[in-house]
Design a protein around this ligand. Structure first.
Ligand code: NAI
Length: 301
């Protein structure tokens, strides 16, 4: 499906990104494997994470090149795209996958923990998409695939920084899809579920959470690859501005925010009528205070 295509995967030194880089290579793509070699909280720890995945791809007869820049750095993002152009002469898809976690309850979250997570996820997705856009516009095609999360789409405790970044990515993706449609550039999001270093960091302080983590362990990162490969290839030319989720063998299409109920008074509103009429009329349609696990309570299939 991806013969002749060039795919950049960020944060591909481990976890989901590694599975996506290997999956793209198996489908015939040449791959730019980016990874800073970061710890879970974003500190640089090894320069060899990307190269190790490149070596695996080369060993199976594929084509790949490593890049060790940070997605949070605009110049680094330019260098990733340049690596694709210099090595393979084109770029067809970018998978914005690099990520870090700095979890903590809101009242304990520092400015630095908020900023660093936003910088890697949201600014990172912007930087890489921005760097790829001149190439995509010139060739009048391209696909951006951004990893979002049900933490942002639905909610999760102790992840205000991460949730804000991940829902920001959804709006970024839709905006890119609208702005670059005339050059046939697609932009879609995937909320993956997979057992990785990131999910192994989930706080387990109740038997319920322990049971949930046991279920998460069953979900392999490789399960995300078929949808990513489809979105990277030409068969997805009509698919843009969407939010998908992959959880083991299930693929979900997620909804997007639209008005669900309205209430009107011909003479306009006062604080009193908002309280006596408006709010009671709307209340039946309020969104519950769900977290992701409330919406996906069944075992992965
Ligand atoms: P991971 O922690 O295993 O991998 C993330 C990779 O990104 C690491 O190899 C790290 O070195 C790299 N990285 C970190 N900062 C970077 C930077 N500034 N520039 C370049 N590379 C950088 O995490 P995992 O689980 O594989 O997550 C991949 C993506 O999927 C992330 O965007 C994450 O938010 C998202 N996701 C994962 C879920 C899961 O169930 N594992 C759930 C929802 C979303």
């Amino acid at each position: 499906m991806l013969d002749g295509k060039v795919v950049l995967v960020t944060g591909a030194g481990g976890g989901i990104g590694k599975a996506l880089a290997l999956g793209a290579a198996k489908a015939g793509a040449s791959v730019v494997v980016n990874d800073l070699g970061a710890t879970l909280t974003g500190d640089r720890q090894t320069g060899s994470a990307a190269q190790a995945v490149v070596d695996e791809i080369l060993a199976m007869g594929g084509a790949a090149v490593a890049n060790g820049d940070s997605v949070a750095d605009p110049d680094g993002a330019e260098a990733m795209v340049q690596a694709a152009m210099d090595t393979f002469g084109r770029l067809d898809a970018c998978v914005n996958n690099a990520g870090i976690l700095r979890d903590g309850f809101f009242h304990k979250m520092s400015f630095e923990d908020f900023e660093s997570v936003i910088r890697v996820h949201l600014f990172g997705a912007f930087n890489v998409s921005k760097a790829a856009s001149p190439v995509f516009r010139a060739q009048e095609s391209g696909s951006l695939i951004h990893m979002t999360s049900t933490s942002g789409l639905i909610g999760n405790l102790a992840q205000a920084n991460y949730s804000a970044a991940k829902l920001g990515i959804v709006a970024l993706s839709k905006s890119i899809a609208l702005d670059l449609a005339r050059w046939n550039v697609r932009s879609n999001c995937i909320a993956p579920f997979a057992w990785s270093r990131m999910t192994s960091n989930i706080k387990v302080d109740s038997p319920e959470q322990e049971a949930r983590v046991a279920k998460l362990r069953e979900m392999k990162p490789e399960k995300i690859a078929p949808l990513v490969n489809f979105l990277a290839g030409d068969a997805s030319r009509d698919v843009t501005g969407q939010i998908f989720s992959v959880r083991n063998n299930e693929i979900f299409l997620m909804n997007q925010i639209r008005p669900i109920r309205s209430v009107h008074r011909g003479e306009g509103w006062t604080e009193e009528t908002v309280a006596s009429h408006g709010m009671p009329a709307l209340k039946g349609s309020f969104t519950p205070m769900d977290v992701s696990a409330d919406i996906f309570p069944w075992d992965p299939v």
